[in-house]
Design a protein around this ligand. Structure first.
Ligand code: ZN
Length: 53
């Protein structure tokens, strides 16, 4: 599972993945900006939050 999000929505994405996987997810900064949109709004995504599995 992976969610690409803006700074505003990082915490929401973390919460969702913790809820669904029971584990703390990985948080990485997106190297390519301006190509991906946040899952929760229309801003460019800044981070990738992903589960380890
Ligand atoms: Zn957002």
């Amino acid at each position: 599972m992976e969610k690409k999000v803006c700074k505003e929505h990082v915490e929401i994405a973390l919460d969702i993945i913790v809820d669904e996987t029971g584990e703390y997810p990985l948080l990485e900064e997106l190297s390519t900006s301006g190509q991906v949109t946040c899952e929760f709004c229309d801003v460019d995504a800044t981070y990738v939050v992903s589960s380890k599995k």
